[in-house]
Design a protein around this ligand. Structure first.
Ligand code: ADP
Ligand code: MG
Ligand code: MG
Length: 247
């Protein structure tokens, strides 16, 4: 599904990603862990197509297409979803309108007509319930005045509605209490399927207790310095990252 080869990226002339190689097949969940400032968010943002980054070397293919050539909106329509570490607020644009626009953009890209208002409402209600959210939150501006946990739930709600092929979650677990964490994890697990893949960026083993990864990678200094199975996450939780530098 996703193949990253020797990816180098810089921000404001500073090299951040220094040769990332990663292959993600449909059905797999990959966790990326690593110290602060190692480039985890940069990698997530580069895959989603955010503009502040310059790709200086390497390639990324998604479903056989050259991902780096596609603008961010098209990547979203093609099935890439990024949940932000710091979800943005869009005051004045209601959540409901935002979600509907996002769904219709994707449908248009796939040559489908706009979703019927009734279908949309039923669909939204079902997912809102899954995320233990209040439907009233959808009348408010996108993330406007939402608490940290509510923003994260809202992100997962967007994900449930958009049904992406590749879900990239950048520290969606940070700042969540245990109940919110479980709901977010459940949302992610609901979406797990043989056709979809997940890239889970996280600092903590905690989320990985609820969303079991197939592979765990350690990103440090812009490179993947170690890969393993779920046991690697436990090892990191115990020992931190320092022992890897010495290795
Ligand atoms: P992580 O998510 O692993 O904590 P980031 O990808 O956010 O790491 O950041 C990696 C490095 O890139 C950091 O040194 C950070 O300061 C720098 N960086 C990231 N985004 C920007 C930006 N927009 N402008 C300047 N520096 C940035
Ligand atoms: Mg960070
Ligand atoms: Mg980050």
């Amino acid at each position: 599904m996703l193949e990253i080869k020797n990816l180098h990226a810089s921000v404001e002339g500073k090299d951040i990603l220094k040769g990332i190689n990663l292959k993600i097949n449909a059905g797999e969940v990959h966790a990326i862990m690593g110290p602060n400032g190692s480039g985890k968010s940069t990698l997530s943002n580069v895959l989603a197509g955010r503009e502040d980054y310059t790709i200086t070397e390497g390639s990324v293919t998604f479903g056989g297409k050259d991902l780096l050539q596609l603008p961010a909106e098209i990547r979203a329509c093609e099935g890439i979803f990024l949940s932000f570490q710091y979800p943005v607020e869009i005051p004045g644009v209601s959540n409901m309108v935002f979600l509907k626009a996002a769904i219709n953009a994707k449908r248009k890209h796939q040559g489908q007509p706009e979703i019927e208002a009734v279908d949309f409402l039923a669909w939204v209600k079902d997912r809102v319930k899954k995320m233990s959210m209040d439907i009233k939150m959808l009348q408010r501006g996108v993330n406007e005045g939402f608490s940290g946990g509510e923003k994260k739930r809202n992100e997962i709600l967007q994900m449930l509605l958009l049904e992406p092929k590749l879900m990239i979650l950048d520290e969606t677990d940070s700042g969540l209490d245990i109940d919110a964490l479980k709901i977010v994890a459940e949302g992610i697990n609901t979406m797990r399927s043989p056709e979809r893949a997940t890239l889970l960026v996280t600092h903590y083993q905690r989320l990985l207790d609820y969303v079991k990864p197939d592979f765990v990678h350690v990103l440090a200094g812009g490179r993947i310095i170690k890969s393993g199975g779920p046991e690697l996450a436990r090892e990191l939780e115990e020992k931190g990252y320092g022992w890897l530098d010495a290795a």
